[in-house]
Write a protein that binds this ligand. Sequence first.
Ligand code: GLV
Length: 327
Amino acid sequence: MTEPRPRVWVSQPLFDDVIARLEEHFEVVSTSGVAEYTPEQISAALSKASGALVTLNERIGAEQIAAAPQLRAVANVGVGYNNLDIPALSRAGIIATNTPDVLTETTADFGFALLMATARRITEAERWLREGHWRQWSFRTMLGADLHGSTLGILGMGRIGQGIARRASGFDMRVLYHNRSRLPEAVEREVRASYVGFDALLAGADHLLLALPYAKESHHLIDARALLQMKPIATLVNIARGGIVDEDALADALAGGRLAAAGLDVFEDEPTVNPRLLALRNVVLTPHIASGSLATRRAMVSLAVDNLIAALGYGPNAGAPPNPIRA
Ligand code: GLV
């Protein structure tokens, strides 16, 4: 009798041809439609699984781990992994992986697009036009803020932050950044960015872009106090995680004229968007799509598949997945 093949759970419909590579080694349990799971359903899906390929929608914590005695690897399709309880997975001897690098440039492109759309009021202007308000060309219609010649502040200077900085120098922007640790001088020179303290970043930026990981320490880092330190003409762009910004404080600042505009691709309670933000005209809102080019999303799934196969001890990198997350 042949041994039963290890079971892997694929939480969302991804790209069938890429996922098919898992079928060479495993019994794959997947879903045909986009699925929303309760914590109990995730526990049930993991109860007989050796591996899981999940997205940021699926939270895996102590409760799910306790229900999954055979689970040995979780491959996250995404670079951020705040949906996973990494210390708990590590304590249980379960390997967790993510998909860095393959999404860096696409996400940086989008960050820049969101910055431009926000500063130059592109979606607001389009809405206004579609609603039939445009009567004649006017000198003062939808006046926005320049990027060229302005100061861009980047909070979180990892791969994506550096990608944004490289783009900014093409727009003749001065780039300031703040990060947990300062970059080596050679990298600072290459991306043409200057390190400053957190408060100096807030005060100095004409445009502030968030590209830092979400963790306990970054929860509501951009709160009422931080927003008060920013210039009233400034733009705030978030492509990291919603929980980094106190959304009510942001809505207060935007409504009170203490911040010019915000561009948000991420939200604290996705897919719910704070109704106060929805009601404001000076916010560009997008549904967490920064890494969403077709080529990059395929590359992310493919890398997650490589990670899962290797983490479960198969394929050319058996036992050594390319992107383990360290606790
Ligand atoms: C998306 O937000 C990701 O973390 O990859």
